[in-house]
Design a protein around this ligand. Structure first.
Ligand code: SF4
Length: 358
């Protein structure tokens, strides 16, 4: 990256932070429901799911109450790749996707014949916001000799512009596959995951161009505070999601997607883990390895961009209440233009086929 690009990258980042902050300020705080209210909503949702032949598909970062309900109703709690796969294989005619906007869109692209609902259509993602189609497409046009690889956390339009869509579970393998074929790659939008892949594969020069986006939750994990915590728990292993900054990943004992973090917690010999990803994952971690102890990695605290650190504010917009209302009224339906969906399906199908082949 030359100096000019560096300067523009820094000012973009500041502009992005201001934008994300103003966006988050508009999101209303959720009211805490009583135990009785939660129980009432749960039983009404279970009845509606059966009546409407609907399945609940929840991401690991959503409220544990939603994850438990998805488990209880034979739905799915997973990372974005498995959520998409579950949705398209499910016999349900309606999918209720608890997560953020791009997850609902991906479910609709993979299952255009199904009704896809979400508890809210307002839940988005800083990576998606930070990669608008017009600027991104113009950037791709400037580098026609590069294959375009985008993370799943992007809009349907950005996916349709890409050659490949990947999740963090297969990002390294797909980029390695392309570099082995002698291809050059544009990676978007997460710069931390991009740099992690670049370092791991030793990509040089313009072999891998990296878009300047970031996850507001993972970006707040701080190395000094993590090292201080490691002194307190010297026998704990550090598990980190690759959307975290490189200094965090460099000291981690295992780096991987949400599913890979859960698998590492099960298979590794340590009894304690410091976990650098959204705290929603603790529900599944404790379920998967109940005898082990999980500690939240420290974030930068009050001054952080995210409203509640280590908790995605957009994932937190999914509640039992708005899930129930959406299912009852069949509101918050996700629509993706059919032609756009067909174009986005091409790189998405490559992702699904690659996962099956590897
Ligand atoms: S945790 Fe980060 S990457 Fe995931 S949805 Fe929230 S902002 Fe996006």
């Amino acid at each position: 990256m030359n100096k000019l690009e560096n300067l523009s990258s820094e000012s973009n980042l500041i502009a992005d932070r201001v934008f994300v902050r103003s966006y988050l300020d508009k999101i209303p705080e959720n009211r805490q429901l009583s135990e009785q209210e939660n129980a009432d909503y749960e039983s009404k949702i279970i009845a509606l799911l059966a009546k409407k032949n609907a399945a609940l598909v929840a991401h690991y970062y959503t409220d544990p109450l939603l994850q438990a309900l998805a488990d209880k109703t034979s739905g799915c709690v997973a990372d974005s790749l498995e959520m998409a796969r579950f949705g398209s294989n499910s016999s349900a005619t309606t999918l209720m996707v608890c997560g953020v906007k791009f997850m609902g869109e991906t479910a609709k692209i993979l299952s255009p014949e199904k009704t896809v609902l979400m508890p809210t259509l307002e839940a988005t993602c800083s990576l998606d916001i930070g990669c608008p189609i017009e600027t991104f497409s113009a950037y791709c046009d400037q580098h026609p000799d590069h294959k375009v690889v985008v993370y799943a956390n992007t809009s349907a339009e950005v996916k349709a512009r890409a050659d490949w869509v990947v999740t963090s579970a297969i990002a390294v393998d797909v980029v390695e596959h392309l570099l082995d074929l002698g291809e050059k790659v544009i990676w978007a939008p997460d710069k931390h995951l991009g740099r992690y892949i670049q370092n791991k594969l030793g990509a040089q020069g313009d072999e891998m161009l990296i878009w300047d986006g970031a996850c507001i939750v993972h970006e707040e994990f701080k190395l000094k505070a993590l090292k201080d915590m490691k002194h307190l728990y010297p026998d704990a292993a550090i598990l980190a999601h690759p959307e975290s900054p490189l200094p965090i990943l460099n000291v981690a004992d295992a780096v991987g997607s949400t599913t890979q973090i859960i698998n590492a917690a099960i298979s590794r010999p340590e009894q304690k883990f410091i976990v650098a990803t959204d705290s929603g994952i603790f529900y599944k971690l404790q379920q998967a390895a109940p005898e082990k102890e999980f500690i939240m990695a420290p974030t930068s605290g009050d001054g952080a961009t995210c409203r509640s650190c280590a908790q995605c504010p957009w994932m937190g917009m999914n509640t039992l209440q708005n899930l129930y209302e959406s299912l009852l009224n069949e509101s918050n339906e996700v629509h993706v233009d059919l032609k756009l969906g067909k174009r986005a399906m091409v790189p998405l199908q490559r992702m699904l086929d690659f996962k099956q082949d590897n």
